[in-house]
Ligand binder design. Structure first.
Ligand code: G1P
Length: 292
């Protein structure tokens, strides 16, 4: 497989689960402690060697592009105040990768959002990272693990983790045909948001993909599926009939920051993991538990 240099981050959703916070602020800009969720996603891609990132946005999300751009006035102000620590923090954000944006003009679903990246990707294999899934790892980012598997097995790789039966209906669920290693299975298909009795396995898609560019041939004529949306899962399932598609159970703790409880859990865990906040957080949490 060719080198994977490009990634797509779909960020055109309306964030209805987080209203009213997302009325004027894109959900991707809501912070976990003090870093917008989309910055964690861009960092994961950049750390894995991705050089070019296309963010699929919509007309009220220009501040995402601004966040990854240079901020001349702010930098000058920090320089004048000799605040070098914050200056470097700000400069690092705009230096991480080359960021591009395209607008999804009609909200027709994840598959349609990815199709908006067709001319940016061309005929290279590419990564997709969904903004609702933040993965904390000990050694290697989730997308890096998938990129390595794509080189070994020469095909598309879908990142999965096992889930409990009661949440199968929230995810894309893969249909493994045969396991080629402990972590990697060749797929015969995938189903988007099945009822537990129709789920082909307990392995759920967790917002990380490495896909061959042939996926666009399938997305172009994909009919709407679950939720009457053009589903990426359905296009990958059709591609799996013709080409090699694998699932890789990646390592790392995944937070669903698109869900209120997942978002709050991430706030607590990320704050506890920060040296500057740890002790104060322990005090606050212990006091809250005692007074509960
Ligand atoms: C999307 C995908 C689904 C995947 C999920 C979590 O669904 O369509 O296959 O399992 O993200 O990454 P959404 O949560 O946007 O409805």
């Amino acid at each position: 497989m060719k080198n994977i240099r490009k990634a797509v981050i779909p960020a055109a959703g309306f964030g209805t689960r987080f209203l009213p916070a997302t009325k004027a602020v894109p959900k991707e800009m809501l912070p976990i402690v003090d870093i917008p969720t989309i910055q964690y996603i861009v960092e994961e891609a950049a750390e894995s060697g991705i050089e070019e990132i296309l963010i699929v946005t919509n007309s009220y999300k220009a501040c995402i592009e601004n966040h990854f751009d240079q901020s001349f006035e702010l930098e000058e102000k920090l320089k004048a105040g000799n605040d070098m620590e914050r200056l470097h923090m700000i400069q690092r954000i705009s230096d991480m990768a080359n960021i591009y944006a395209v607008r999804q003009k009609h909200p027709r679903g994840l598959g349609h959002a990815i199709l908006c990246a067709k001319s940016f990707i061309g005929d290279e294999p590419f990564a997709i990272l969904l903004g609702d899934d933040i993965v904390v790892h000990k050694e290697k980012g989730a997308i890096r693990q998938l990129m390595e598997a794509a080189h070994t097995y020469d095909g598309s790789i879908i990142g999965v983790q096992p889930v409990k039966p009661e949440v199968l209906h929230k995810y894309g669920i893969v249909d493994p045909k045969s396991f080629v290693s402990e972590q990697i299975a060749k797929l015969s298909g995938m189903v988007e948001k099945p009822q537990p009795e129709n789920a082909p396995s307990n392995l759920a898609v967790m917002g990380r993909y490495v896909l061959e560019s042939e996926i666009f041939d399938y997305l172009e004529n994909q009919v709407p599926g679950a939720g009457n949306e053009i589903q990426l899962t359905d296009a990958i399932a059709r591609m799996a009939k013709d080409r090699n598609v694998y699932a890789c159970s990646f390592l790392g703790k995944r937070y669903d920051v698109g869900d209120k409880i997942g978002f709050l859990q991430a706030q607590i865990d990320f704050a506890l993991a920060r040296e500057d906040l740890h002790d104060a957080m322990v005090e606050i949490l212990s006091a809250a538990l005692i007074s509960d």
